[in-house]
Design a binder for this molecule. Structure first.
Ligand SMILES: Nc1nc2c(ncn2[C@@H]2O[C@H](COP(=O)(O)OP(=O)(O)OP(=O)(O)O)[C@@H](O)[C@H]2O)c(=O)[nH]1
Ligand SMILES: [Mg+2]
Ligand SMILES: [Zn+2]
Length: 331
């Protein structure tokens, strides 16, 4: 039900945009009979899988090329496309994006991951090891585009005396900051119903290190094997980069985008002043610093330092913040 409502809204937006586009192109008289609405489900190099949003072919996937004048399209994009054969087509125009989640790829070049999202789910796991700084980098990237995050700890079935208190301490930092936190096990099903509820009616992308179980969660939520999963490497207990391209899955009640896992997440595209969007507790104190451009270092009248000293800001989060700012300034 929610899917139909969403696509209708989007179709209105698309057709407005399509009209603008055709006028922009000076092609207002073009025969638009064959133009269809669609959504990019996945992309493979130069080719895209576009799902038809047209009544008579709804849900059918067409392998498409895109017109050369279009920017790189990503999973989640709404597009106008034209059918070529029963299985192929060409994308003519890109609908307006409500947001675009990107991460830096090779040589610091921004790599768009997915568009038109409602939520970003940051997945960590009992193994491979979770790092606060990686979570914080994601929170900054998500906050910078005005989206909300949910933090998920997967593989709760692997929690034992050796890692329980460390993981709980990590989660409690975010819980206290009012970031939604869920504990799940894709393998055993714990917490999966609550996760399903949290995603209802939304388009969400799963992000996180390789091997944390993003694709496994898709399979558990979908009740069948629809995404490929891979074992952790025996030598390093790290992920093996099984998922290679972002793909949108329609699951019962919501859309969920699987994305390739990462080893590192460099925030090359964020300005140092923006880092604070991932740190609401620092932001609220920074407003009261004596100097407006306070770097929260050794300046007099720094309310952030004061808050750390009084235990109002977690020292690990402060350290994480400083590390991110340093990494950006050094880049
Ligand atoms: N014990 C346990 N293992 C899990 C759980 N979820 C996933 N795994 C295992 O973790 C490994 C990696 O899972 P994937 O789903 O491929 O991880 P991913 O995050 O999609 O990894 P990339 O595609 O490389 O980014 C597989 O061997 C899964 O069976 C879980 O809840 N418990
Ligand atoms: Mg995967
Ligand atoms: Zn300050």
């Amino acid at each position: 039900m929610s899917k139909r409502r969403l696509s209708k809204q989007q179709q209105t937006r698309i057709s407005d945009n399509q009209q603008k586009r055709l006028i922009d192109d000076g092609a207002a008289n073009t025969d638009t009979y064959n133009n269809c609405n669609g959504r990019v489900i996945s992309h493979y190099g130069q080719q895209l899988d576009v799902e038809s949003l047209e009544a008579e072919t709804t849900g059918k996937i067409y392998r498409c090329h895109q017109r050369a004048n279009l920017p790189d399209l990503v999973t989640g994009d709404y597009v106008v496309w034209e059918r070529e054969t029963d299985e192929t087509g060409i994308v003519l125009a890109l609908g307006e994006r409500s947001n675009l989640f990107s991460r830096p790829g090779f040589a610091g070049k921004l790599k768009p991951v997915a568009a038109n999202l409602d939520v970003v789910v940051i997945v960590i796991a009992a193994a491979p090891q979770a790092f606060m700084n990686l979570i914080d980098r994601y929170l900054v990237a998500v906050g910078a585009i005005g989206l909300k995050s949910i933090l998920i700890l997967n593989k709760t079935d692997l929690i034992d005396n050796s890692n329980a208190s460390e993981l709980e301490a990590l989660l409690s930092v975010y819980r206290e900051l009012n970031f939604p936190v869920l504990r799940v096990s894709a393998r055993q099903g714990e917490g999966v119903a609550a996760l399903s509820d949290a995603l209802a009616g939304k388009t969400t992308v799963l992000v996180g290190q390789s091997g944390v179980g993003k694709s496994s969660l898709i399979n558990r939520l979908g009740g069948e094997t629809i995404a490929e999963t891979g074992e952790l490497s025996a030598a390093h207990a790290k992920g093996t980069h099984t998922t290679t391209t972002a793909r949108l899955f329609h699951l019962p009640g919501f859309d969920l985008i699987d994305s390739p896992g990462i080893r590192e997440f460099e925030l090359g595209h964020i300005e140092p002043e923006q880092v604070v969007v991932g740190f609401p507790e620092i932001m609220s104190h920074a407003e009261h610093c004596k100097f407006r451009d306070c770097k929260h270092g050794t300046e007099p009248g720094c309310e952030v330092r004061e808050a750390v000293a009084r235990g109002l800001i977690h020292p690990d989060r402060m350290q994480s913040y400083e590390q991110i700012v340093r990494s950006i300034t050094a880049a």
